[in-house]
Design a protein around this ligand. Structure first.
Ligand code: NAD
Length: 310
């Protein structure tokens, strides 16, 4: 089993200091393995999830308030901004005033900033720290954290990032982590679509997919979507396309993130036509074209199976 052995974990085991207590709320696909890694590294983890899910090595609380009452650090890994706001309103009155609150969910920038303000009012340090790396990264402890908040909050959170991930970038004030995440994923969604439609065009031009990969992956059309996560089965490194487009990163999660980037673009009057087009294509794919439950790279068979007027 891969278990991260960051410097924080070693320090905890090598000294007799009291193990910090982590209240972990949201033990889903991502939260459960993240909480398990913290427990394996020596943290005293108390988990809570409304669905009754648990995490290896963590004890279970009967409510979110009970999970945070004795916590030095509170971590949330929740589906969206409304749920985050509701959970924050529920737990902050019960959170110790010197505690650190790390939200790892992907949410809208406004919710991240609103919860940061509420935490500050309760004298609780807050960082928004959405992740990339998916369920595999959460399990292996190799996530990347994009964080927003004060430098002091970031530095206090760093030992936990070291356990749950391999990289943490402090991006700026509260909300900056979410801003980085949705900008990254807007690029990812648009480049995946461009890569898939180019493969479908290549098919119709009689160009072999392997030859297309050999050229593009070493030419100016290269991208992470092409080089590391090639949507064409049997071409490039192993990816969800080689497993019948089983996620990986599900199309509906990409749809969620593209919705957040367009919501943010509207709020600050940014012109993002490629992001808007990607959002519309993933919306149709997920809601009308059978894309729900498939990897987001399954856009390739979608494009390959249609003509210009489809
Ligand atoms: P998930 O749906 O598997 O987990 C969310 C968990 O939150 C569920 O177990 C749910 O029961 C719990 N929950 C909902 N409301 C709650 C409440 N009020 N109190 C306590 N628990 C509550 O989702 P996930 O895949 O683990 O994703 C979590 C977050 O991470 C999302 O914001 C997602 O966008 C983001 N994310 C996911 C991935 C991925 O590959 N799955 C990658 C990067 C980021």
């Amino acid at each position: 089993m891969l278990r991260p052995l960051g410097t924080a974990a070693l320090k905890l085991e090598d000294t007799n200091v009291t193990q910090p207590t982590v209240g972990f709320i949201g033990l889903g696909n991502m939260g459960a393995p993240m909480a398990a890694n913290l427990a394996a590294a020596g943290y005293n983890v108390i988990g809570f999830d409304t669905a009754g899910t648990t995490a290896e090595g963590a004890s279970v609380a009967g409510s979110a308030a009970d999970a945070v009452r004795d916590a030095d650090i509170v971590i949330t890994m929740l589906p969206d901004g409304n749920i985050l706001r509701a959970v924050a309103a529920d737990i902050l009155p019960h959170t110790k005033s010197d505690a650190l609150f790390i939200d790892c969910s992907t949410v809208d920038v406004e919710s991240a900033r609103a919860v940061a303000a509420e935490a500050a009012a309760a004298s609780v340090l807050f960082v928004d720290a959405p992740v990339s790396g998916g369920i595999g990264g959460a399990t292996a402890g190799t996530l990347t954290f994009m964080t927003g908040g004060t430098v002091a909050a970031f530095e206090r959170a760093r030992p936990l990032f070291d356990v749950m991930g391999q990289k943490a970038v402090h991006c700026g004030e509260a909300g900056a982590g979410q801003a980085a995440k949705i900008c990254n994923n807007m690029i990812l969604g648009a480049t995946m679509i461009a890569t898939c439609e180019a493969f479908a065009l290549a098919d119709k031009l009689g160009l072999d997919r392997q030859k297309m990969f050999d050229v593009v992956s070493t030419s100016s059309g290269y991208s992470w979507s092409m080089n590391a996560y090639c949507p064409a089965p049997g071409v490039g490194p192993q990816s969800p396309s080689d497993n019948d487009y089983t996620p990986g990163f599900a199309a509906e999660l990409m749809l969620k993130d593209l919705g957040l980037s367009q919501q943010a673009a509207e709020a600050v009057d940014a012109d993002t036509p490629m992001g808007a087009a990607a959002l519309e294509l993933y919306r149709r794919f997920v809601e009308q074209e059978g894309g729900r439950g498939k990897d987001f790279s399954a856009m390739l068979p979608r494009f390959a199976g249609r003509g210009r007027d489809a």
